[in-house]
Design a protein around this ligand. Structure first.
Ligand code: PMP
Length: 384
């Protein structure tokens, strides 16, 4: 008689084969074989010499992708949200003020994260009003989303960092959905904290999130009066774990996603081989080709101003008369392609298509245009 009251689950006693699917939603994007092969290499200890060498390569790759010389540059163990919390938890203390530029869900979420740790959080819908708020509320941090994947908006970055510094405020940018697909220059654009995710343009599996901190940000963070609320995301620990603090020994803090770092190294290697500028150019050209194709089909782009369109994630006005879920469901079922509906403020209003990294090709555009045309022909349309 077994002593176990819970038997082995039947579902685990047979193999599970994951299907291939075209991931053309806002992320994750497909992982090319070169990156998944890198991630399938043998496990090593998280502080073995080779792992540390890989972490150093990852650090150099992030410095290249971000265009920064920042010493404190690393990958947080976790998804984009982990980097978001790492940035906010470390750079502000309870009682301080944070200003958040809101152009979709990510600004809303950053505001909530900042509120949860007891900061005074103010939102501004556009950075042109930011100077007034910088003067009036004296925030210590200004958060902005570079590529708003919920609305498909690409936010300009130039000049904002300089403005923040004039008022002794740090400039934090979320480029999870844009980095690698459209220009951003951390040092030249005076960005103090910049983060991205691994699973968008970089085409690595989710679970590692590149982040970098300027000297100005480090000065504030390493001179805090109180400890950050999160032990796991405490930058003093992370900077040591990633060998960014100049100390001769890296101590155990947590067990990093070792194989995830192999994959991230490979995706950064692909970006380095491709060249950032070539990657930006390709994403722009492919996005424009896609946008022209959509307009030719009679579909409308949600972001009217061409300059404000994010090249990595396109938002299409939900076709009138259709149920958007039927369209995304049809495309998944009949074309094996994932696209998605809106998120946060854009729910019910848009369809979202991501063309990121290896998925940013004209071939992928032709495939999704054909799938959309087929869906519009076969999905139920009411009179509008
Ligand atoms: N910021 C932006 C702009 C995003 O698009 C996303 C992911 N959709 C995130 C943050 C959060 O990333 P994750 O899902 O990896 O936590």
């Amino acid at each position: 008689m077994s002593s176990l009251s819970v038997p082995p689950p039947q579902c685990l006693l047979q193999p599970y084969t994951v299907p291939h699917r075209y991931l053309l939603g806002p992320g994750p994007s497909n992982v090319p074989p070169r990156i998944s092969t890198a991630g399938a290499q043998p496990m090593l200890g998280h502080l073995h010499a080779e792992t540390i060498e890989i972490m150093d390569h990852v650090k150099s790759g992030i410095q290249y992708a971000f265009q920064t010389q920042n010493r404190v540059t690393l990958a947080v163990s976790g998804p984009g949200h982990a980097a978001m919390e790492c940035a906010i938890f470390n750079s502000v203390e309870a009682g301080e003020s944070v200003l958040v530029g809101v152009n979709g869900i990510w600004g809303e979420r950053a505001a909530e994260i900042a509120q949860r740790i007891g900061t005074r959080t103010l939102s501004t819908d556009y950075y042109s009003t930011a100077e007034i708020a910088l003067i009036k509320y004296k925030p210590v941090l200004f958060f902005l989303t570079h590529g708003e994947s919920s609305t498909g908006v690409l936010h300009p970055i130039d000049g904002i960092g300089e403005l923040c510094h004039k008022y002794d405020c740090l400039f934090l940018v979320d480029s999870v959905a844009a980095l690698g697909g459209t220009p951003i220059y951390m040092d030249k654009q005076d960005i103090d904290i910049l983060y991205t995710g691994s699973q968008k343009v970089l085409n690595a599996p989710p679970g590692t999130a590149p982040i970098s901190f300027s000297e100005r940000a480090c000065y504030k963070i390493f001179n805090r009066k109180t400890k950050p609320v999160s032990y796991f995301l405490d930058l003093s620990w992370l900077a040591n774990y990633w060998g960014c603090d100049g100390k001769p020994v890296r101590s155990y803090h947590h067990t990093g996603p070792v194989t995830g770092l192999y994959s991230l190294r490979e995706s950064l290697a692909i970006l380095a081989e491709t060249g950032l500028e070539n990657s930006w150019k390709r994403h722009k050209e492919v996005a424009e080709y896609f946008h022209n194709g959509l307009e030719k089909m009679g579909l409308k782009l949600f972001v009217e101003d061409k300059k404000a369109r994010l090249p990595t994630v396109t938002t299409i006005v939900a076709p009138p008369g259709y149920e958007w879920k039927e369209i995304t469901g049809y495309i998944m079922k009949n074309h094996n392609i994932e696209i998605s509906g809106g998120l946060g403020p854009s729910v019910g209003m848009v369809l979202r298509v991501g063309l990121m990294g290896c998925n940013s090709t004209k071939g992928h555009v032709d495939m999704i245009l054909q799938a959309l045309a087929d869906a519009l022909k076969h999905c139920h349309k009411s009179r509008v």
